[in-house]
Design a protein around this ligand. Structure first.
Ligand SMILES: Cc1cc2nc3c(=O)[nH]c(=O)nc-3n(C[C@H](O)[C@H](O)[C@H](O)COP(=O)(O)O)c2cc1C
Length: 200
């Protein structure tokens, strides 16, 4: 089993979402001792934003790309290859200003590639990354689960499903900014959720 862990906090150290993602991975590894692990820390190594240069590179045939364009596409290719190789994907996802971090959005923009991770047919889009299990560790200062303000869950479900990843399990740690007691309760609840979805 190949595990890909994506940490998407702006913080590479002391990130609550990365810690929860670590807990999920530890649980997976204890049940599958031979599993391989690739960690992509988007806080420590931020992926560049999709800008005019990146788009220009993508729309230029490979043999006509400049060295800069080829280098930019290669950065995205590396993220796509990691995702293609993964059987299980573990995402650490903080809520920043009611959405996902810019770091995660840049990763999303990098891995969505027509003809590679999805394609369009006469019947609509088809995701090409099927058969993977995804765990998403969500950390929030406030409480948004099952409310219209939770834009992250529908967005991530839609995006991951678009690429073919429909088996997605969300773990919630909410109320982390609502005082030490609420924080401890939220983290304990998240650990229980992890134990429930990944029994020993
Ligand atoms: C820039 C910034 C924006 C935030 N925006 C929100 C928000 O909109 N809603 C919320 O509930 N918490 C918000 N928080 C709190 C974080 O979601 C919370 O601290 C989370 O645990 C951060 O995860 P991390 O440690 O992995 O970065 C925000 C925190 C930061 C630093």
């Amino acid at each position: 089993m190949n595990i890909l862990q994506i940490n998407s906090s702006a913080r590479s150290a002391n990130s609550q979402s990365s810690r929860l993602a670590n807990d999920i991975v530890a649980r997976l590894q204890s049940s599958q001792p031979g599993a391989t692990l690739k960690v992509r820390d988007l806080g420590a190594t931020p992926h560049p934003a999709l800008d005019e240069t990146a788009l220009g590179a993508l729309f230029t045939p490979a043999d006509k790309r400049s060295a800069d364009q080829a280098g930019r596409v290669a950065l995205d290719d590396a993220l796509i290859a990691e995702l293609q190789a993964a059987d299980v994907v573990v995402l650490g996802v903080p809520m920043y200003n009611f959405g996902v971090s810019a770091q995660l959005k840049n990763w999303i923009d990098a891995v969505a590639r027509v003809g590679v991770t999805f394609r369009y047919t006469e019947k609509g889009p088809v995701g090409l990354l099927q058969g993977k299990k995804v765990y998403v560790a969500l950390t929030r200062g406030g409480l948004y689960r099952n409310t219209p303000a939770d834009t992250q869950v529908p967005y991530l479900k839609t995006f991951l499903g678009f690429l073919g990843m429909t088996d997605v399990q969300f773990i919630y740690a909410e109320g982390l900014a609502m005082g030490p007691e609420a924080e401890q309760k939220a983290l304990a609840s998240a650990r229980t959720q992890i134990e429930d979805v990944l029994p020993a």
